[in-house]
Design a protein around this ligand. Structure first.
Ligand code: COA
Length: 334
C-alpha cells in the first residue's frame, strides 16, 4: 500500500480591524513604546472589540476564506479541529459552533487545548486522521481572542497579546510532501508559571475572583522566557537533525510569536539569518494558537513546493515542540 501523507493545501486567516498601538497601551499602564519594542518586539496588535463577538467569529472568517481558496464544498469536510484557550463558552466547543456557521453537515468537530503550542499539536493530530486513510478533508484552526483574558491594568502582560485566527486544509497525498515529522512535549510542572487562576472547576467565578483579577493570564515572565528559549531552540535543532536538515536546506522557520528575543534565539541556534524566519510579531503580538498559521497566511506568496519548513512553539502546560513540513504548493499573491 502506498504511503499516505497529510499535505497542507491552503491557508485562510483573519485579524480584527481594530489596531491597539503601543502609544494607546502607554495611556493604560506605565510603559512606553521603547520598552515594549526592546523587551518584546510588538508595535501593535489587533483586538476584536465588537461586543458579543468571540473566538468563533474570527475562526469562522478564517475558515470561510480557506474554503473559498481551496474551492471546498462544505459537504466534503470530514473533520474540524480548533486549537484555542479562549473558547466562546466553557462548552460547547468553538469547533461545533464553526460547523454550524459554515454549514458543514458531514463533519465531526472538537477543540484541542494546548495553549500557545496548540497549532503544533493540531498539525500532528489532523495529519494522523488523514494518514489513517479514513478522512479526506480536515480543517485545522488556531484561534484566540487573547484580549478577553488580558488584564489591561497589568503592564507585564498586556503589551504582549493580540487576537486572530488562521486555518489550514489538510488532505491526503502520495507525494513526498506534507507534515513529515513532529516532536511534541508536555510537562505539567509548568502550571504555576503560566495559567488563568479562576473560571475553571477548581476556582469557579465569584465576586472575589472578579475583584482580584483572577480571570486573566497569570505569567511569571522570566521563568517562562527561560523555558521558551531553551525548549524551542533544542526541539527545533533536534527535528532538523533527525530529518537531515541544516541551515542551507531549511527554507523557513516559523516560530511562535511571543517575544522577538525568543525568535532571535531560535534563529541563532539554527544558524539561520532572520530573512528565513517568518516574523509578524510587530503587527499582531502573541495571538496564542493563531500565531503559526497567521505567519503562513502572511508569507504564503513566498512559499514554493518542496520548501522545508520548521514550526516551533512553547506555551502554558508547559507544552512545546516542533513540526517539520515539506510545503505542498507554490504560493501566489492573494
Ligand atoms: N513597561 C515598562 N517596564 C516593565 C513593563 C512594561 N510593560 N513590564 C515589566 N516591566 C518592568 C518590571 O516591572 C521590572 O522592573 P523592576 O526590575 O523594577 O522590577 C523590569 O521591567 C523587568 O521585568 P521582567 O519581568 O524581568 O522583564 P522581562 O525582560 O523578562 O520581560 C516579558 C517581560 C513578559 C516580556 C518576558 O519575560 C517574556 O516575554 N516572557 C515570556 C513570555 C512568553 O514567551 N510567553 C509564551 C507563552 S504565551
Amino acid at each position: 500500500m502506498e504511503n499516505i501523507n497529510a499535505v497542507i493545501t491552503g491557508v485562510g486567516g483573519y485579524v480584527p480591524d481594530y489596531v491597539l498601538t503601543n502609544d494607546e497601551i502607554s495611556k493604560m499602564v506605565d510603559t512606553n513604546d521603547e520598552w515594549i519594542m526592546t523587551r518584546i518586539g510588538v508595535k501593535e496588535r489587533r483586538i476584536l472589540n465588537e461586543e458579543g463577538l468571540g473566538t468563533s467569529y474570527m475562526a469562522r472568517k478564517a475558515a470561510k476564506q480557506l474554503m473559498q481558496r481551496t474551492n471546498s464544498n462544505p459537504d466534503d469536510i470530514d473533520l474540524v479541529i480548533v486549537a484555542t484557550s479562549t473558547g466562546d463558552y466553557v462548552f460547547p466547543s468553538v469547533a461545533s459552533i464553526l460547523c454550524d456557521k459554515l454549514g458543514l453537515k458531514n463533519a465531526f468537530a472538537f477543540d484541542l487545548s494546548a495553549a500557545c503550542s496548540g497549532f503544533l499539536y493540531l498539525m500532528e493530530t489532523g495529519a494522523s486522521f488523514i494518514r489513517s486513510g479514513r478522512y479526506k478533508k480536515v480543517i485545522i484552526v488556531g484561534a484566540d481572542k487573547m484580549s478577553a483574558i488580558t488584564d489591561y491594568t497589568d503592564r507585564a502582560t498586556c503589551p504582549i497579546f493580540g487576537d486572530g485566527a488562521a486555518a489550514f486544509m489538510l488532505e491526503p497525498t502520495t507525494e513526498n510532501v506534507g507534515i513529515m515529522d513532529a516532536i511534541l512535549h508536555t510537562d505539567g510542572k509548568g502550571l504555576p508559571f503560566l495559567h488563568m487562576k479562576a473560571g475553571g472547576s477548581v476556582c469557579p467565578a465569584s465576586y472575589f475572583t472578579v475583584d482580584n483579577h483572577m480571570h486573566y493570564v497569570y505569567q511569571e515572565g522570566r521563568t517562562v522566557f527561560k523555558y521558551a528559549v531553551s525548549n524551542m531552540s533544542n526541539v527545533s535543532a533536534e527535528i532538523a537533525e533527525r530529518n537531515h536538515l541544516d541551515k542551507d536546506s531549511i527554507n523557513w522557520v516559523i516560530p511562535h510569536q511571543a517575544n522577538m528575543r525568543i525568535i532571535d534565539a531560535v534563529a541563532n541556534r539554527l544558524e539561520l539569518p532572520l530573512d528565513k524566519v517568518m516574523i509578524n510579531i510587530q503587527r499582531y503580538g502573541n495571538s496564542s494558537a493563531a500565531t503559526l498559521p497567521l505567519c503562513i497566511w502572511d508569507f504564503e506568496s513566498k512559499l514554493k513546493k518542496g520548501d522545508n519548513l520548521i514550526f516551533t512553539a512553547f506555551g502554558a502546560g508547559f507544552t512545546w515542540g516542533a513540526v517539520y513540513v515539506k510545503w505542498g504548493y507554490d504560493g501566489k499573491e492573494q
